[in-house]
Ligand binder design. Structure first.
Ligand code: NAD
Length: 312
């Protein structure tokens, strides 16, 4: 039985990845300090082939068994979290990534870094291909996240080129699905929470900024396909269907049947104006395409939230 380590495995994406790897027959070692994740996300996985290590990956990690693949997802990811935890965010992107890469080197494991579309900053090219180097403000409030991920990418390539570690890098674009925390500040859980309570939906700015939203199951397929490939250079994984935030709010109102109005609030500092992945490389290298439309994904979230008493 192959063994996978998932850092950040008790978080939103990490827990769906643990589920999927367990279904594929992996022994899964979930490493998480529960900073923004929750044991609830993985409690259904408890069993002989699932191990939870309550560990801060910025501290040295030793695992006494063979490991085949390491998915390094540990990091605050929502703006609310990384603005609250700026130093921890920089530390987990740097020291945490060093430790996870050191483990991969020791175990001769395939290593996947969960990077982000935020490495493109407020992009001057649209849509964003992996060859774009980005337009990031290093000293703005979001710099702690964006630069931590850019450093983590540089570190990953250095471990690959100098130390021979078998690495890959995924640049994840906005992803949504069940288990997002209703108050994590990201657009979809915020709008769904507000709509389910028939409260006004709060759109930042005039709502004309665009985003692309990938359903979590599609994202997990992409992560596994990349880990199973021989690719080393970054690959975008996201859904290229692009919506303005205002359109997204309207879709959530429609999907929930809410009577909420849509109101506007001040735009956060350095908020990117557009965001859309160019997924040519993912298509060519991995044969990967997103399958779930936004309407379908919203329906799935609402079904899950009614099962879990309104938590999304
Ligand atoms: P999340 O906050 O739900 O999960 C992150 C997990 O990492 C949490 O369980 C948290 O407790 C854990 N963690 C944080 N610091 C840690 C540390 N020092 N040691 C051990 N564990 C630690 O966020 P998510 O949305 O699931 O994001 C997962 C990864 O994917 C992150 O690296 C994020 O940057 C990346 N990503 C996510 C998205 C998205 O749309 N969800 C987009 C781009 C990139």
């Amino acid at each position: 039985m192959p063994t996978a380590v998932v850092t950040g495995g008790a978080g939103f994406l990490g827990s769906h990845l643990c589920d999927s790897l367990a279904r594929d027959g992996y022994r899964v070692i979930c490493v998480d300090n529960l900073e923004t994740g929750s044991l609830q996300n993985v409690e259904h996985l408890r069993g002989d082939e699932f191990v939870f290590l309550n560990h801060d990956i910025t501290n040295h990690i030793a695992i006494d068994e063979p490991v085949d693949v390491i998915y390094h997802l540990a990091s605050p990811a929502s703006p609310i979290d990384y603005l609250r935890l700026p130093l921890q965010t920089l530390k987990v992107g740097s020291l945490g990534t060093h430790n996870a890469l050191g483990l991969a080197k020791w175990k001769r494991a395939r290593f996947l870094l969960a990077s982000t579309s935020e490495v493109y900053g407020d992009p001057l090219i649209h849509p964003q291909p992996e060859t774009y180097w980005g337009n990031v403000n290093p000293i703005g409030p979001r710099g702690v996240y964006d630069e931590a991920k850019r450093y983590a990418e540089a570190l990953t390539m250095a471990y690959h080129r100098q130390q021979g570690v078998d690495t890959c890098i995924v640049r994840i674009f906005n992803t949504y699905g069940p288990r997002m925390r209703p108050h994590d500040g990201r657009a979809i859980p915020t709008f769904v929470r507000q709509a389910l309570a028939n409260e006004p939906l709060t759109v930042f700015g005039d709502g004309s900024q665009t985003r692309s939203f990938c359903y979590v199951d599609d994202l997990v397929h992409g992560l596994k396909a990349l880990a199973q490939s021989g690719e080393h250079l970054p690959v975008n994984i996201g859904n290229p269907a692009e919506y303005t935030l205002f359109e997204l709010a309207q879709k959530v109102v429609e999907a929930t049947g809410a009577t909420s109005e849509i109101v506007f609030e001040a735009l956060p500092v350095d908020d990117p104006k557009v965001r859309q992945p160019d997924i040519t490389r993912a298509r060519q290298l991995l044969g990967w395409e997103p399958q779930v439309s936004l309407e379908d994904g919203l329906r799935r979230i609402l079904q899950a939230s009614s099962r879990e008493s309104l938590s999304v």
